[in-house]
Design a protein around this ligand. Structure first.
Ligand code: ZN
Ligand code: ZN
Length: 206
C-alpha cells in the first residue's frame, strides 16, 4: 500500500487523515475564518460577555456566535469547544474540514461583581411592622431578588429590616409581582459620566 504525502505540510496518511491528495488540514477549500475568538469572562460569577451582554457561560451560544463569523462554501458547521476546532462539511464534496480556532476567555470582573464587592446599591427596601412578618417577607424578597440582581447587605434596624439592593428596577419588578404596597422616595446621590444617579427607597408596611 502506497503512502500519501500532503504537498503542503509533508505529513503522511499514517499520521493524519486525508481527503484526496491533501491532509484534512490543508485540503484546499474556500473558507474565511476568524484567527481566534475572544470573549471576556468574569472570574467571580463565570458570566461571559457576548455582544456587549453578560450571560451565563453557554458553550452552545458562544459556538453559534463564533460560527456566524465564518464564511465559505460549506453546508454545515460545528464548533468543538473542548478541542477549539471548527468542523465544516463542505458543499458538493461533503468533505469534513477541520480548522483550529482558538477560543480565548479573557479573565475580568463583570460590572455586577465589581459593584457587589464595592458595596454598591441602588435601592433600599425598608420593611416595617410585625417582626415575624418582616422576617418572613424579607427572606422571600431576598430570594426573589437574588434571581435578578445582588443584595449588598441586609440589616435589622429597631423598626424592622433594611435590604440594600444592587438594582432598583429589580425591586420594582419583585414588589409588583408580590402585590406589595410601597411608598417610594427617590434621592439624587450623584452623577456618573453625566448620568444622574438615584437611590430609591421602598418603604413597605406589613
Ligand atoms: Zn497537510
Ligand atoms: Zn461577575
Amino acid at each position: 500500500m502506497s503512502v500519501l504525502v500532503c504537498p503542503k505540510c509533508g505529513r503522511t496518511d499514517d499520521e493524519v487523515e486525508f481527503i484526496d491528495a491533501f491532509c484534512k488540514y490543508d485540503y484546499p477549500v474556500r473558507l474565511k475564518l476568524p484567527d481566534r475568538m475572544e470573549f471576556e469572562q468574569c472570574t467571580r460569577c463565570q458570566m461571559v460577555r457576548l455582544q456587549g451582554e453578560w450571560i451565563p457561560y453557554n458553550a452552545k451560544r458562544l459556538s453559534k456566535y463564533l460560527l456566524s463569523k465564518c464564511k465559505g462554501d460549506y453546508d454545515s458547521a460545528d464548533y468543538d469547544v473542548d478541542r477549539q476546532v471548527a468542523v465544516f462539511v463542505m458543499s458538493g464534496s461533503g468533505a469534513k474540514i477541520e480548522r483550529p480556532i482558538p477560543l480565548d476567555l479573557k479573565k475580568t470582573i463583570c460590572q455586577q461583581c465589581s459593584r457587589m464587592s464595592g458595596g454598591y446599591y441602588q435601592a433600599i427596601i425598608q420593611l416595617r411592622g410585625d417582626p415575624l412578618r418582616v422576617l418572613g417577607k424579607g427572606e422571600m424578597l431576598v430570594k426573589r431578588l437574588e434571581n435578578r440582581t445582588f443584595i449588598s447587605k441586609s440589616e435589622e434596624t429597631d423598626g424592622g429590616l433594611d435590604i440594600y439592593v444592587g438594582d432598583s428596577k429589580a425591586v420594582v419588578a419583585v414588589v409588583t409581582a408580590l402585590g406589595l404596597k410601597t411608598f417610594i422616595t427617590k434621592k439624587l446621590v450623584g452623577r456618573d459620566q453625566g448620568k444622574r444617579l438615584y437611590r430609591t427607597t421602598f418603604l413597605i408596611r406589613l
